[in-house]
Ligand binder design. Structure first.
Ligand SMILES: C[S@@+](CC[C@H](N)C(=O)[O-])C[C@H]1O[C@@H](n2cnc3c(N)ncnc32)[C@H](O)[C@@H]1O
Ligand SMILES: [Zn+2]
Length: 268
């Protein structure tokens, strides 16, 4: 059974029409585009969708980064601990080309991935349920989801503070009581509070905050970025051993030793 509802009324969709208000939605290459016209015409939509229209398999340069690979492993572990069973519904919101979303079917038989870009989610078609949709108008029924993931993320999507809070409210609305939203963000430690402020402002209780202890990895990566693409750079950037060594040192700095933080919010 589908996990997707109309983003306008959170009602059933029949042939991509909202059964409550009649709003219709297009599809692209067989993927539902559950976005209103204003969002489809927005600069943000164009900017993000353009990233995926070509055939670059890695538009954010994540595949060569041991820090990113370790971030995804941490998230898979975190989500698996939060899901009460194999049939608990889970969604990745802003899934990009799906480095995390592709792993959700291992954790749940009811997994869905959405992104503002239809070209991004099209890359995941056939592996789990997908749709183009916005975090600001989620295509999920009220209180229907057990775990929602919003990673890189609420702050980096370029939403203003009010929109961030509105996105958290949408997540809170779609979560079943006791369900969790997992927010991950890459931020200078001085700005970590922007994520926790938005989570609290949107009505979720903060369950826990994890720091990924990856600041030194990103500091050293930026020092050597002029070499990016060269063999020595790639060997170091992909090295788990190097990433783990820097993580051990970053950890000594406490929260200041992390660029990525993970905030788990709980729905009441
Ligand atoms: C930097 S990528 C992060 C991808 C992934 N979640 C991760 O952690 O690796 C950000 C993604 O969020 C999507 N995005 C931006 N604004 C969004 C919004 N309002 N709703 C849903 N997705 C959005 C973009 O299209 C892009 O694919
Ligand atoms: Zn409607």
């Amino acid at each position: 059974m589908t996990l997707l509802a109309s983003p306008c009324c959170k009602a059933d969709l029949a042939a991509l029409a909202c059964t409550r208000c009649g709003q219709t939605y297009p599809s692209h290459g067989g993927v539902p585009v559950l976005l209103d016209e204003a969002t489809r015409a927005s600069a943000a939509h164009e900017r993000f969708d353009a990233k995926y229209r070509g055939d670059d398999p890695d538009p954010w340069g994540y595949l060569d980064s041991a820090a990113e690979a370790m971030k995804y492993e941490f998230m898979v572990e975190t989500i698996s601990q939060l899901l009460p069973g194999r049939d608990a519904p889970v969604a990745d919101i802003g899934c990009a080309q799906g480095l995390l979303a592709a792993r959700l079917p291992e954790l749940s038989t009811r997994a869905v991935a959405i992104d503002l870009s239809v070209h991004a989610v099209a890359r995941l078609k056939g592996r789990l349920e997908v749709a183009a949709a916005s975090a600001l108008a989620l295509p999920f029924y009220e209180r229907s989801m057990q775990v929602l993931v919003l990673s890189d993320g609420l702050v980096s999507w370029g939403l203003d503070p009010q929109q961030r809070v509105a996105a958290v409210r949408e997540a809170a609305r779609a979560l079943a009581p006791g369900g969790r939203a997992v927010f991950v963000e890459y931020l200078n430690p001085k700005r970590h509070h922007e994520l926790t402020d938005a989570v609290r402002g949107g009505g979720l209780e903060i369950d826990r905050v994890h720091y990924l202890d990856d600041r030194l990895w990103y500091v050293t990566e930026s020092m050597f970025r002029s070499l990016s693409g060269t063999r020595p750079y790639l060997a170091v950037a992909r090295s788990r051993g190097w990433a783990r060594a820097l993580k051990g040192v970053s950890k000594l700095l406490g929260p200041k030793g992390s660029k990525h933080l993970c905030v788990v919010g709980r729905a009441g």
